[in-house]
Design a protein around this ligand. Structure first.
Ligand code: G6Q
Length: 545
């Protein structure tokens, strides 16, 4: 059995040996490369042929996965073990979309009955909003929903609601408020009618400053117009694990949809946190999202390492991060509706895998999470793609595109698809010096001019990418895509031996501002802070006087 150290050294030696191999040549040498390296899960096609990988790479990465016991970690998650070690919790988001009649055991209890009960409550609530049996205090139908939440209680619902815009109900608009910047809530409320607005206060802990502050503003705004405290019950619902705090805030527990501490914030869109999604597109479509995620869960759970797509992609993330020193990943959805996907995945990947100690609390010996960033194509092409083609840093890219548009402009959609395919081709092949010179000569350029300009036009190529292609972006397909990323992130975490499910750095942020806030209004200068912090506090205070 290969140990993890042996697996890493074999991979490093292999990476050295591959240094002079160009993807172009791999394609020239292997006419079957695309056929052999494309994968398919349901209707999702994944082209892995443009990766800096040979059969030997695949074998060594599988050795690494075996040495790190990726499959054992995966099975432990599905068995409800406490794999979130630093918080002492199970990790059960896969139970939220379990479509089988199998139990999902956590701490000796089958959680499926509670999961289904809450889904039933959500379904009934959505129906009552949609058919108008649930009205505002004055009897008017709800026309606007405002989800107040941040981080995991915001990014997933926003991303999915935007992605599924073509499926949105025309009679209900969804808005999202996350930032404690008062501009966010004020801008949102400016165009709304309190009598027809429903607020969803989404917070796992119900202790997050930003969310509670914005929720209080919303309540005041409602009461200023509607007058009666009783109105709160018709205009506020809560999504949380903490019934005491919800009650303390003044929301009736009957108007609360619960989830559980084994659902991580950034993995919570499948739970009650997805209520805004279900309201926006209908509960059946929310269910289709869950079904899509479940299809990917089944693939992840049952497919051997060699052909397991999320595991392969997670291993490639480790390959680039640790053996090629590539420090970031670009997610480039060629889909305007997926414009919040990079932000969502930023949290999923960087909050999960941005860790510096392993499961035993020891400093990791390998670099962990890459930086994830991105923008929809084709917009990015007119901006940062320059660096992707010719910069000194290589960035593995994910291209994501549907073959069919939701609009009637099918021909224009093919312009989008063509751009997507062309970018991955250009990154892989590049443009050689002789190709550039030939082209310039054909334009009639003089040799000395060609000598001067050719180096600027050369693209080295050999820049890896994955292309994910599917017929249409349906709720089911979106569920598959999100789950694919979740499991890919899980795989890399298992290889690095880190806890992908805690977030102590985020917790730090929650407490830090609390001590500074009173100093901004107080008369006394803080003495126990550094000069910069004191200086900044002083500037704000002087400005206020
Ligand atoms: C997610 C993180 C974090 C969290 C927010 C909001 O995994 O823990 O982004 O979701 O800080 O927390 P609450 O839902 O508790 O308000």
């Amino acid at each position: 059995m290969t140990t993890i150290d042996q697996a890493w050294s074999a991979l490093s030696a292999h990476a050295e040996a591959l240094q002079d191999v160009h993807l172009r040549h791999l394609f020239d040498r292997e006419p079957e490369r695309f056929q052999r390296r494309r994968a398919q899960v349901g209707e999702l096609f994944i082209d892995c042929s443009k990766h800096l990988a040979t059969e030997e790479t695949d074998a060594l990465l599988c050795d690494l996965a075996r040495a790190a016991d990726v499959e054992g970690r995966r099975d432990a998650m599905f068995a409800g073990e406490h794999i979130n070690v630093s918080e002492g919790r199970a990790v059960g988001h896969v139970a939220l979309r379990n479509q089988t009649d199998q139990p999902f055991m956590i701490d000796g209890t089958d959680v499926m009955p509670s999961v289904r009960r809450e889904l039933d409550r959500m379904r009934a609530f959505c129906a009552s909003i949609h058919d108008g049996t649930w009205t505002g205090h004055s009897g008017k139908k709800i026309t606007d929903v405002v989800n107040i939440g941040i981080g995991g209680s915001d990014l997933g619902p926003v991303m999915v609601t935007e992605a599924l815009r073509p499926f949105a109900r025309p009679d209900l608009a969804c808005h999202f408020v996350s930032n404690v910047d008062p501009a966010h809530i004020c801008d949102t409320l400016a165009n709304l009618d309190p009598e027809t607005t429903l607020f969803i206060v989404a917070s796992k802990t119900f202790g997050t400053l930003e969310t509670l502050t914005n929720a209080r503003v919303a309540r005041r705004w409602l009461l200023d117009t509607v007058g009666s405290e009783e109105a709160v019950a018709r205009h506020f619902v809560a999504l949380s694990t903490n019934v005491e705090r919800v009650t303390q805030f003044g929301i009736d527990p009957d108007n609360m949809f619960v989830f559980w501490d084994w659902v991580g914030g950034r993995y919570s869109l499948w739970s009650a946190i997805g209520l805004s999604i279900a309201l926006a597109v209908g509960f059946d479509r929310f269910e289709a999202l869950l079904e899509g995620a479940h299809e990917m869960d089944e693939h992840f759970r049952n497919t051997p390492l060699e052909s397991n797509v999320p595991i392969r992609l997670g291993l490639l993330d480790c390959w680039y991060r640790n053996c090629h020193d590539m420090q970031s990943i670009a997610v480039l959805p060629y889909d305007q509706h997926l414009h919040r996907l990079p932000a969502y995945l930023q949290q999923a990947m960087m909050e999960s895998n941005g860790k510096h100690v392993n499961l035993h609390g020891q400093r990791v010996s390998q670099a962990t999470s890459p930086v994830l960033w991105g923008e929809p194509g084709t917009n990015g092409q007119h901006a940062f793609h320059q660096m992707l083609h010719q910069g000194t840093t290589r960035v593995p890219c994910d291209f994501i595109v549907a073959m069919e548009s939701h609009t009637s402009l099918g021909e224009q959609h093919l312009d989008l698809v063509a751009n997507c395919i062309a970018q991955s081709e250009a990154m892989m092949r590049g443009r050689t010096d002789s190709e550039v010179r030939e082209e310039l000569a054909a334009m009639g350029m003089a040799v000395d001019q060609i000598d001067a300009i050719a180096p600027h036009k050369v693209m080295e190529g050999n820049r890896p990418s994955t292309t994910m292609l599917y017929p249409r972006l349906t709720p089911h397909m979106l569920g598959m895509l999100i789950a694919l990323y979740e499991h890919r992130i899980f795989t890399a975490a298992a290889v690095w031996g880190i806890d992908a499910f805690d977030q102590w750095g985020v917790e730090l942020g929650k407490s830090l501002a609390v001590s500074i806030r009173p100093m901004l209004s107080a008369d006394e200068s803080p003495s126990d802070r550094d000069a910069s912090t004191i200086g900044l506090i002083e500037l704000v205070r002087q400005h206020a006087h």
